[in-house]
Design a protein around this ligand. Sequence first.
Ligand SMILES: [Zn+2]
Length: 178
Amino acid sequence: MISAGKRPTNALPKALADYSRGVDLFYFANALIVQDDSRRLLEFSKLREDAFNVTAMTQCCGTVMCGIHRAFEGGAIWATPDSCSITGASDMAPQFYLFANDFPADKCLKLPLRNSIPTLGSAYDEMNSAPLQALMSAVRAPVDTRLVQRDYTTFDQLVSVCDVKIDNACFEQSRSRL
Ligand SMILES: [Zn+2]
């Protein structure tokens, strides 16, 4: 919603706006090759001072490029094809629904994969569940340097030379839609 508010062409996908599906998140190793001119266009934000997520957006068009969560311990980033273009990703099937507590209950029951993958209400309450333990183990794994073809940077290194803005622009709006 924050990205959609940055530019008229960043419309929130209709299926997300009406809760017909969730946001797809892909996870990648925290090993990034970023050209200098792209690096200058990145800005970093989080929803609150003590937020666990930091998000990288573009200053030019408000595209959400990727983000990081403290629980990943620097091993991984997330990205969403709902905002940026993701190519070459594996075709791993969706593993679970997360933060279902933030979804209207009736819409939750109608989610496309509702009966075939687990539904977790809150990551923080269900951290010991098998799906989240599997995710944590994957995202905390060290970068396999055999797979990295050039010198790379990490999300943390990109953030370390930038200010992180607090941007919670859509909080009220997001809560009022439930
Ligand atoms: Zn742009």
